[in-house]
Design a protein around this ligand. Structure first.
Ligand code: CTP
Length: 409
């Protein structure tokens, strides 16, 4: 099953007996790596307490549209923006009717109206209510609007009847949510991504490194994997777990990273250099720890190979995307890098205290030879998906109808 790591899932719970299954659903979504917030209708609170859902989600539960405390924390519009996907399970006949007709009568319908995130609904109701023409019409309307209808399943119902109307099983719901993020934009392509810092040893216990957490590179790798590509993530030392659905090659130094990339590059279609590669390494790395005898110590540094520039200069090389981490004159330095490194696209971001490295959100300026555009500040996981969408679009343009061949001269 696909992983939901780095995904913000808003679980909407509407009024129906199947609401008793919601805590289990929250637990499974979290096990799949998602961050979960719960919004429930007033009727849902008759079947399951907000406290239960708060305990399993680890977050306050949202249930009132105009609640002063909630609005000062995360209000309904913020909640709508926060969600990467909205899953409403169970979705009652009343909720589906409200959704189909654009109601904003309670928190749940309002959030659904205000969000740009994809919506998945899991209808659950008495089988006669499900078969009623009014419900059928609402479902048709919702399907036409690209809302995913998951279920209902057929079987024994809480009301004693048998038929279609049971809430779909949790694993089916998780698969439907994961499918929302799975695109085929890079299917059949191999993508190599570098991420994290490098570690340039001075002696066996000390090194020169930097503040890169690897979060951006890993988020990009995940978004690329979701686009159907074969992904090789060449990673410097980070505290992050290997993301789902890709091969990770662990390296320490810039030279190891260079070698690992070169070993993979021949059949690679797209290369994305996100790593904060150390530009220099100590010229000598002794076998013994340096003792503190001398008053002054000089460490001589020599230049590391430039991985991005080397890949971009390959005669039949891949489409290359570089990052430009700058503390000032962002656009100017990024444009210089685009030209000097020969990359096809540069994604530039500001780094410095509380910016870029280690933090959870970021903004990017994208530059190629035809112009520039900005991806505004957002969570790194969402920014990564926006960047990958741009890479897919530009790579398709660059390579023409046959993406695997056209860029190979
Ligand atoms: N890069 C690389 N190999 C290096 C240095 C950098 O592949 N030895 C890549 C990075 O992964 C990134 C891009 O080059 O995609 C730009 O990195 P950055 O550190 O911003 O630029 P530098 O080339 O190091 O230039 P400067 O430090 O002078 O800004």
């Amino acid at each position: 099953m696909s992983s939901l790591s780095n995904k913000s899932v808003l679980l909407g719970v509407s009024g129906g007996i199947a609401a008793y299954k919601s805590p289990d659903l929250v637990r499974r979504l979290r096990e799949a790596g998602a961050e979960v917030r719960v919004a429930m209708s007033a009727n849902a609170a008759q079947f399951i307490t907000p406290l239960t859902l708060q305990a399993v989600s680890g977050r306050p539960v949202h249930h009132a549209l105009l609640d002063q405390a909630a609005e000062s924390g995360m209000g309904h519009i913020e909640l709508a923006r926060w969600a990467d996907v909205v899953l409403v399970a169970p979705a009652s006949a009343n909720f589906l009717s409200g959704l189909a007709h654009g109601a904003a009568s309670d928190l749940l319908t309002t959030v659904c109206l205000a969000t740009t995130a994809p919506i998945v609904v899991a209808p659950a109701m008495n089988q006669q209510m499900w078969s009623n023409t009014a419900t059928r019409d609402n479902i048709q309307l919702l399907s036409r609007r690209d809302i995913t209808i998951c279920g209902p399943a057929t079987g024994d119902q809480a009301c004693g009847e048998t038929g279609p109307g049971r809430m779909q099983d949790p694993h089916e719901l998780l698969a439907a949510v994961a499918a929302v993020f799975t695109t085929g934009g890079l299917a059949g392509n191999k993508v190599v991504i570098t991420a994290g810092p490098t570690w340039e040893a001075i002696d066996p216990v000390r090194a020169i490194t930097n503040h890169s957490s690897g979060k951006m590179g890993y988020a990009i790798a995940q978004a690329v994997a979701e686009s159907g590509a074969e992904v090789v993530l060449v990673s410097g030392p980070t505290a992050l777990a290997a993301p789902h659905g890709m091969r990770r090659v662990d390296v320490v130094s810039a030279r190891e990273m260079y070698q690992a990339v070169m070993d993979e590059i021949d059949d690679t279609d797209v290369f994305i250099g996100v790593a904060a590669v150390a530009d220099y390494r100590p010229s000598r790395n002794g076998l013994q720890k340096i003792k503190k005898h001398a008053e002054r110590l000089t460490v001589e540094l020599v230049k590391n190979p430039d991985i991005l520039a080397t890949v971009a200069a390959l005669p039949n090389g891949p489409y290359t995307v570089g990052f430009s981490a700058e503390t000032e004159a962002l656009e100017q330095h990024a444009r210089e890098k685009l030209m000097s490194k020969g990359a096809d696209l540069i994604a530039a971001n500001e780094v410095g205290f509380n910016k870029g490295f280690g933090v959870d959100d970021n903004a990017l300026l994208l530059l190629d030879r035809s112009g520039s555009m900005t991806l505004p500040r957002m969570r790194k996981s969402r920014l990564a998906r926006a960047l990958v969408d741009e890479i897919i679009r530009r790579y398709a343009e660059h390579s023409g109808q046959d993406p695997r061949q056209a860029h190979r001269h």
